[in-house]
Design a protein around this ligand. Structure first.
Ligand code: PGA
Length: 249
C-alpha cells in the first residue's frame, strides 16, 4: 500500500520567528506510520527546519533547485548544497515557477537530473490552466508535461519522483477541483505511468493533489483511490488547518 504524503509548501511566507514557531508546532503533530509529512520552507529556513525537525519523522524539501551543478550563477542554490544540508526532496515545476520565471520542460528536466544525481527526491508539479480545461485539452496538457520531463527517466530514476497534480486555476483561489475531477486526472496519470513503465511502477508512484486543498475538503480528496495525499499552500501556514489535513488521511 502506498503511504499518504502531506507536503506543506510555505512559498515566500513567514518571518524567521514565525517559521520557528510553526516548525515547533509541526514537530508535535501526531502522524500515522503510513503518513509522510514534508515541509518546504524558503531556502533561508532550510537549515533551521532540518535542525528543528531532526528528531521527528517530518522531512524537509526545498521549493526549487538550480539546473546547474556549481559555478558563476549568482543567486542560485545547487542540489549538492541542498543534499549536504540534509534536504530530502525538492519541489520542481510548480506553476508559479513555470509562469513567473518561464521555466520550460528542458530546464525542469535539468533540475530533476541535478536532484537525482544527489539523491534528492523530486516532487514534480503538473497542472493545466482554466482555458485548457474549458477547451478540453487538459489531459493532453498533463500528458505533454510528463512526457517531456519525468517520462524521460529510466524506471529506476522514476522511482524517486512524486507527482503533484495542481490545476493552476485551483492554486490559491479557494476553488478546489472536485473529487471527481481530481480522481479522474490522477487515474489518467497513473494510466500513463502504466503505459510508459509498467503496472508495478504505477502502483508504487505517489500522485498527490494540490490547489486550495484545506481542512474541509482534504478528507474527501484523500479518500479517492488514486489521490495519495496533498501539496498544501495557504492552509499549511495555519497549524490548526494543517493538523486537520494531516489527520484527514
Ligand atoms: P494552495 O497552494 O494550497 O494555496 O492553493 C498549493 C500550491 O501551490 O502548492
Amino acid at each position: 500500500m502506498r503511504k499518504k504524503i502531506i507536503a506543506a509548501n510555505w512559498k515566500m511566507n513567514l518571518h524567521v520567528a514565525q517559521a520557528g514557531e510553526l516548525l515547533a508546532q509541526l514537530a508535535t503533530i501526531p502522524t500515522h506510520a503510513t503518513t509522510q509529512v514534508i515541509v518546504a520552507p524558503a531556502y533561508v529556513y532550510l537549515a533551521q527546519s532540518i535542525n528543528q525537525l531532526s528528531h521527528t519523522t517530518v522531512h524537509v524539501a526545498s521549493q526549487d533547485v538550480s539546473a546547474h551543478n556549481n559555478g558563476a550563477y549568482t543567486g542560485e542554490v545547487s542540489a549538492s548544497m541542498l543534499a549536504q544540508l540534509g534536504v530530502q526532496y525538492s519541489i520542481i515545476g510548480h506553476s508559479e515557477r513555470r509562469q513567473y520565471y518561464h521555466e520550460d520542460n528542458e530546464l525542469l528536466l535539468n533540475k530533476i537530473n541535478r536532484c537525482l544525481e544527489h539523491n534528492i527526491n523530486v516532487l514534480f508539479c503538473v497542472g493545466e490552466h482554466l482555458v485548457q480545461r474549458n477547451s478540453n485539452t487538459h489531459f493532453a496538457i498533463i500528458k505533454a508535461q510528463l512526457v517531456h520531463t519525468v517520462f524521460k527517466l529510466s524506471e529506476e530514476e522514476f522511482a524517486n519522483i512524486i507527482i503533484a497534480y495542481e490545476p493552476v486555476w485551483a492554486i490559491g483561489t479557494g476553488i478546489t477541483a472536485t473529487t471527481l475531477q481530481a480522481q479522474e486526472m490522477h487515474a489518467y496519470i497513473r494510466g500513463l505511468i502504466v503505459e510508459r513503465y509498467n503496472n508495478i511502477v504505477a502502483q508504487h508512484t505517489h500522485i498527490i493533489y494540490g490547489g486550495s486543498c484545506n481542512a474541509i475538503n482534504a478528507s474527501e480528496l484523500f479518500a479517492c483511490a488514486d489521490i495519495d495525499g496533498g501539496l498544501i499552500g495557504g492552509a499549511s501556514l495555519k497549524i490548526e488547518d494543517f493538523t486537520t489535513i494531516v489527520k484527514s488521511v
